[in-house]
Design a protein around this ligand. Structure first.
Ligand code: NDP
Length: 239
């Protein structure tokens, strides 16, 4: 039987690339979205459309979803994974960094939801899987703006879950602890980067992106009447 289309944002590196490989191995056609299209194409996945879309641009996102649905049929899930983490104390952080995180981590998720929800409601089925963070459940030093965006992802997801439960649309939030990816490299303070790297060593290592991909695939593969609303996973040694 042909498997349905899955959309994954932020699939050019880290967790998103691992999620893409896992869903492809499970036989799904994919729409992969991020700005670095060549990195998504380099994954070499079959039945996969890679589009250089900035998910803060709602029109670009909607156009790519339409193109993929015309080719592969309706999307059964979107994994809203694209995000950035720009750590800093609010007293010194450049406000443009808050703007970037709010635009991507919050509005990017809302844009992804907006692009697929009318179709899922009309078809009475689908899954929206939002990648948040442990920083969406507890706070950490120099994380105020990032935590704000990730707490928002939890709130949006839970409220949306209530809104669309009767339409048979599942909404799930995946909240990882620290994972070995490019994410930290975008923070501009070298002191914060050094402190974070030290913290990772002290806890004895972090998750691999594949650990998160396995979790996303697991929640998706449950029967449609089972909604694993939230998963918080972290390295065993993470406090
Ligand atoms: P990466 O930096 O490796 O991946 C981020 C992805 O987001 C990239 O594919 C990037 O692609 C994409 N992206 C960034 N900006 C945009 C944009 N404007 N439009 C479209 N795509 C964009 O980090 P991770 O894999 O770690 O991060 C994935 C998610 O996991 C994020 O939401 C992050 O907050 C979350 N997370 C990560 C943790 C960690 O410790 N690594 C822990 C908890 C949660 P491109 O640059 O090509 O656009």
């Amino acid at each position: 039987m042909t498997k349905p289309l899955i959309i994954i944002t932020g699939a050019s590196s880290g967790i998103g690339a691992a999620i893409a490989k896992s869903f492809s191995a499970a036989g799904h056609p994919l729409l992969l979205l991020a700005r670095r299209v060549e990195q998504m194409e380099a994954l070499g996945l079959p039945n996969t459309l890679c589009r250089g879309v900035d998910v803060t641009d709602r029109d670009q996102l909607i156009a790519a979803v339409k193109e993929a649905e015309d080719k592969f049929g309706p999307a059964d899930a979107i994994v809203n994974n694209a995000g950035c983490m720009l750590l800093g104390d609010l007293s010194v952080q450049d406000p443009s960094e808050w703007d970037r995180m709010i635009d991507l981590n919050v509005k990017g998720v809302l844009n992804g939801i907006h692009a697929v929800l009318p179709g899922m409601k009309a078809r009475k089925g689908g899954s929206i899987i939002n990648v948040s963070s442990i920083a969406g459940r507890k706070t950490f030093p120099a994380h105020a703006a990032y935590c704000g965006t990730k707490f928002a992802v939890h709130a949006i997801s839970e409220n949306l879950r209530e809104e669309v439960a009767a339409d048979n649309v599942r909404v799930m939030t995946i909240a990882p602890g620290a994972v070995q990816t490019e994410l930290l490299s975008h923070t501009t303070s070298q002191d914060i980067i050094d402190g974070y790297e030290q913290w990772k060593k002290e806890m004895g290592g972090v998750l691999d992106p594949q650990n998160v991909a396995d979790t996303v695939l697991f929640v998706y593969q449950q029967p449609q009447n089972v909604n694993i609303r939230e998963v918080l996973l972290a390295a065993t040694g993470q406090p």
